[in-house]
Design a protein around this ligand. Sequence first.
Ligand code: G4P
Length: 531
Amino acid sequence: MLDNRPTLPPEIARRRTFAIISHPDAGKTTLTEKFLLFGGAIQMAGQVRAKGEARRTRSDFMKMEQDRGISVSASAMSFEFGPYRFNLVDTPGHSDFSEDTYRTLTAVDAAIMVIDGAKGVESQTRKLFEVCRLRDLPILTFCNKMDRESRDVFEIIDEIQENLAIDVAPASWPIGMGRDFVGAYDLLHDRLEIMDRADRNKVAESIKITGLDDPRLADHIPADLLTKFREEIEMARELLPRFDRQAFLEGHMTPIWFGSAINSFGVKELMDGMGEYGPEPQPQTAKERQLDAGETKVAGFVFKVQANMDPKHRDRVAFVRLASGHFERGMKLLHVRSKKQMAVSNPVLFLAADRELAEEAWAGDIIGIPNHGQLRIGDALTEGEALHFTGIPSFAPELLQGVRAGDPMKAKHLEKALMQFAEEGAAKVFKPMIGSGFIVGVVGALQFEVLASRIEQEYSLPVRFEPSQFSSARWVQGPKTAVEKLVNVNKGHIATDSDGDTVFLTRLQWDIDRVVRDHPDIRLTATKEMM
Ligand code: G4P
C-alpha cells in the first residue's frame, strides 16, 4: 500500500473505510458504539447495542437475522469525524460466518484490531488478522479493558509481535491498570489523557505536556505510578520500534492504543489515529487493470447481499463498495455481468440506526442498492467499462448436508429459496448430476439452523437437513475436454453450483488425490473468485 499516488480529490481523500476485527467479547460492539457516539451518529450509548452474550446465543441470533432491518443498518455505517468521513463496515461476530467476514474485508482499506488487555491475542483475532494480512491491510490495534486487571504492557506487545509477526509501535502508553488506571500518555502528540470514571460517555481530559520531565505530570499521576511510567517509557523507547507510517500502510507495523471502550477512554485518540494516519481509499484491482479511487468515472463492486429485509416484498440490498468516482443518485450504471444498464434511483447510505437515500457518494463509500436479485456478490457496476474486480473469494464449504422440503410437492419452491441464499452468499448450493435434491454447504454448523429457520420464515417452507454422503466440495478447473472426461467417469461425484460451475463432491481426500493423479489437466480448487 503506497502513499505516493496522485493526489486524490479532497472529498475522496478524507474518507476512511475500515472494519473492526476482534475475538468475541473483546469489546467490538462497545467500541463501535463509542465511534458512533463521537461521530455524532447516535445521541447516547446503548442505541445500537444488543448485549454481547445475548447476541451470540442461537435464538437471539436467529431473531436478529429475521429482524433484518437492524442487522442491515449495522452492516455499514457512515459518519463524520472532524474533517474525515468514516465508513465503518461491520464484520459478523460469529465465527461460523467467516466467509462473509472475508468478503467484508475486501471492501475496506484498513482494520482496527481490538484485543482484551487481560486475554491478549485470541483465536478469532488471529484468524481475522491472517485475512487482513493476505490483503496487506493496515491495522490499528486497540488494547481494551485497561480499567480491569490486564497483562503487563510489554507482555501484550510481545505477544502481538510474536504471534502475529508484525511490528508493534505504541501510540499511547497506559498509566496504571485496573483500579489504579489513571489514563494514558499519547506518545505521538505528547499529551496526557486522563480517564473520567464518573462519566462513561465523556471524552478524556487532555493535557498538553512538554515531555516526560514536565512537572505537570506529577499533578495528575500518583508518585509511584509516575516513577514506574517513566521507567517503562524509557524501556519502550529503547526496545520498541517507533511508529513509521509507511510501514503501517504496508501492513508491517501496527500502532497500538491502550484504553477502555466502555469508559470512552482512548477511543477518540484511536479515531484521530485512523483519520490522521489511516489510508485513503485505495486502488482496486480488476482483471483488466487497476483502478484508482480518483478516477472520474464511477465503478464499484458488490461484496455483500442481504435479502428479504422486508419479507413482504422479497427485496434485497446489495452492498457496493465504490472503487472510483463521484456517484450521484439516479445514475445509470452498467451491470457488467448481465451487460445491462441499471438506473440506480434509490441507493441508501447507512447512518447508525437509520438508512437514508444517498444523493451522492464518493470512492471509498459503501452504498446499498435495493434490487430484485439482479445484483450478486462479486458483480461490478461501472459507467460503461467491462471490469471484473478480483479478490472476492468464495470458499469451499466445510460441512455438507442434503436438504428436503417437508412437502415433496414444494421442491421447486425449495430450489428458489436455496438459489436465493446462494446468491446472498449465505450458503453454497450444489445440484448433484445424479438423483434429485440439493446439497447445501456451509462453513459452520449454526448456518444450517439459521437457513432452516429463514426458509421457514421467509418462504413458509418447513425443511429438513439430513446427512450427506459427501463431506467436501472442490471446484473443477481445466480445459473443457478434460472437464468433460472427468465428469463422464465420475458422475456420482459431480454437481453444479448456483453459478453453473462444475463441482467435485467427495468424502475422501483419497478421491481428490486420485483425480489429481488420473487427470493431470484438472485442478480441484477450494476457492473460486466471484466475478
Ligand atoms: P464484542 O462485541 O467484541 O463481543 O464485545 P462487547 O462490546 O459486547 O463487550 C463484551 C463485554 O465487555 C461487555 O460486557 C462489555 O460491557 C464489556 N466491555 C467492553 N469494553 C469494556 C471496557 O473497556 N472495560 C470493561 N471492564 N468492560 C468492557 P457484558 O457483561 O457482556 O455486557 P454488559 O452487560 O456490560 O453490557
